[in-house]
Design a protein around this ligand. Structure first.
Ligand code: ADP
Ligand code: MG
Length: 233
């Protein structure tokens, strides 16, 4: 069976000179199709960086990354960007919407750039799905945090990606708004049959995943991962 995500001995350092940091140290991880993995660990342990590697936004210095059986290493920048656009949806803590574009444009323009013919119709349908059909022409500054994250989720899901990665998607939201985003995230994941990797500090949220992976100083702590996975409600 092809795995959704396979990392083999991934090593990555970032930064220059004295600021160079060895962030990921021989990380190996396989995620099944349709699985939801909660990625936890102390601040600075490398969670966001690991997510960027899975999304093809950072290339490891050593080791292999395969997404849906496709080895990312040999792809040139254009091919990697195309692959990412089609196969990977990304949601960030701070939404990352373009402030000069409306909600509709934020979802439609990336689709259009990816060559999707019916980009605006599709974007409208996606925004409808996340409950924002009535906010299409609002700019991000005119939307609440929860609404902005819904737009970001619609944008991530619009290409129908095989894998969805989310980096503390509720980190900037109040508890109730965060909970509704999480419900939406899991509902969309299940409806689309996507694979989810979710970075979170929230133990309750991690427990909603099929499995927990614990990172510590750039290494997977297997004992802690097993303990947290067993401890799920
Ligand atoms: P986490 O998401 O678990 O908090 P990160 O993956 O963001 O951790 O970062 C891991 C470590 O790598 C941190 O110490 C951070 O300061 C460092 N780091 C992250 N990105 C860079 C970069 N571009 N250059 C140098 N150091 C970085
Ligand atoms: Mg982080």
């Amino acid at each position: 069976m092809v795995k959704a995500i396979e990392l083999e001995n991934v090593d990555l350092s970032l930064g220059r000179g004295a600021a160079r940091v060895h962030i990921l140290k021989g990380v190996s991880l396989a995620v099944d199709r349709g699985e939801a993995v909660g990625l936890v660990g102390p601040s600075g342990s490398g969670k966001s960086t690991l997510l960027m590697v899975m999304a093809g936004l950072e290339r490891p210095d050593a080791g292999a990354v395969r997404i849906e059986g496709q080895e990312l290493g040999p792809l040139d920048e254009d091919a990697l960007a195309r692959f990412r656009g089609r196969r990977v949806g990304i949601v960030f803590q701070s939404f990352h919407l373009l402030p000069t574009m409306t909600a509709l444009e934020n979802v439609a323009v990336p689709l259009e750039l990816a060559g999707q013919a019916d980009a605006f119709a599709r974007a409208r349908a996606e925004l409808d799905q996340v409950g924002l059909g009535h906010r299409l022409s609002h700019y991000p500054a005119e939307l609440s945090g929860g609404e902005q994250q819904r737009v970001a989720l619609a944008r991530a899901l619009a290409p129908d990606p095989a894998i969805l990665v989310a980096d503390e998607p509720t980190g900037n939201l109040d508890e109730d708004t965060g909970a509704s985003i999480v419900d939406l995230l899991f509902r969309m994941k299940t409806e689309r049959g996507a694979t989810l990797v979710l970075v979170t500090h929230d133990p309750g949220l991690a427990r909603r995943c099929d499995r927990t992976v614990a990172l510590r100083s750039g290494v997977i702590d297997q004992a802690r991962s097993d303990e947290l996975t067993r401890g799920r409600a």
